[in-house]
Design a protein around this ligand. Structure first.
Ligand SMILES: Nc1ncnc2c1ncn2[C@@H]1O[C@H](COP(=O)(O)OP(=O)(O)OP(=O)(O)O)[C@@H](O)[C@H]1O
Length: 317
């Protein structure tokens, strides 16, 4: 297996009794990627992440981290050091100060002095909490607590970060700060898997995206591909006249891939591959053909719509 693959799974499956939380999942994440794992509640994201983090034993299948297989029922100590895992409900010892909290985890990872002190200062600087080093964890805002969680997750300098819903519940400013941190970590060469049930949260953060539903990975693609789909625009056209006459004109246009008619509203949704100038040409030709238009509206699908379309498509196929 190529060493450029940070994470690979083959046939990964987790059953709880008769219920399959993750089913026959083949995943591949290249080194240096920020991979967004998206799916509605209960899709299996947490279960997948927990298996990658060695917090949960798979029922079936294999996991490779940088080409090395995670062994079942073994400590996998060397591989574990490569992984930083931030669960969605990570424990915060509220009575400790920020410094004590991080120091506790650094000791668990057996970081020795003076390196430990140096590393604590480094990560506090990175997550912009140096000024809070003597404050109690309880006194931090939610965004700060999340950044502290991230600091704890990277204290031992892992190469793979597994972050379970880290931005849920954060306000817009805290999200931006968190996003900036992820970018810094990525630039430093880390591979990041980050989950959310909201695609919008991840769109500006990720280089590739996986969509989970009912335990299956229904899509895994680069963000570029996803955006390519976004560039396909649609045009909503409404006529007061005969739909057939409109359809007859639409057939003449080479940039139209197809359309759907809503006969109740006399509205046609056109899948259009042309640019704005071509859309203007289409409008002109419809006017010239004396189609009595009362609406001609160019729209672009947003990420949420694409996401929901994919789920719908996979569920019926
Ligand atoms: N320990 C467990 N015992 C039994 N069922 C479980 C257990 N953990 C998860 N499940 C079930 O497995 C399915 C997937 O759960 P999981 O938490 O992985 O989904 P998720 O995508 O992370 O959801 P959310 O976004 O709500 O966190 C759900 O139906 C859940 O009820």
């Amino acid at each position: 297996m190529s060493s450029e693959i940070a994470v690979q799974t083959r046939g990964l499956t987790k059953r709880f009794g008769h219920h399959a939380a993750v089913s026959d999942l083949d995943l591949e994440i290249k080194e240096g990627e920020v991979f967004g794992l998206i799916g509605p509640n209960g899709a299996g994201k947490t279960t997948l992440i927990r298996m990658l983090a060695t917090a949960e034993q798979p029922t079936l299948g294999e996991i490779y981290i940088r080409g090395q297989r995670l062994q079942r029922n073994q400590t996998n100590a060397d591989l574990k050091r490569l992984i930083g895992y931030l669960p969605d409900d990570f424990p915060l010892y509220e009575d400790l100060t920020v410094w004590e909290y991080l120091n506790y985890f650094a000791r668990l990872y057996q970081l020795r002095q003076p390196r430990r002190r140096q590393r604590l200062s480094e990560v506090l600087e990175l997550v912009q909490l140096t000024h809070k080093r003597r404050s109690s964890v309880a006194s931090l805002s939610r965004g700060m607590k999340q950044r502290l969680g991230l600091a704890r997750t990277i204290i031992h300098e892992p190469i793979l970060l597994l972050l379970d819903e880290p931005v849920s519940g954060l306000d817009p400013l805290a999200r931006v700060q968190f996003r900036e941190l992820i970018n810094i970590l990525r630039e430093a060469g880390m591979t990041v898997l980050i989950s959310s049930h909201i695609l919008r949260d991840l769109a500006e953060l990720c280089t590739s995206v996986g969509i989970m539903e009912l335990g299956y990975l229904v899509e895994s693609t680069s963000l570029q591909n996803l955006y390519q789909q976004l560039s396909e625009q649609q045009i909503l056209i409404s006529t007061l006249g005969d739909i057939k006459a409109l359809e007859c004109e639409l057939r003449q246009c080479p940039q139209i891939e197809g359309w759907q008619v809503n006969s109740e509203t006399q509205q046609v949704k056109v899948h259009f591959t042309g640019d704005q100038a071509a859309a203007a040409d289409l409008l002109r030709s419809l006017m010239a053909a004396r189609i009595p238009l009362y609406n001609f509206q160019c729209i672009q699908e947003d990420l949420e719509t694409i996401f929901l379309d994919k789920l719908d498509h996979k569920q019926v196929s």
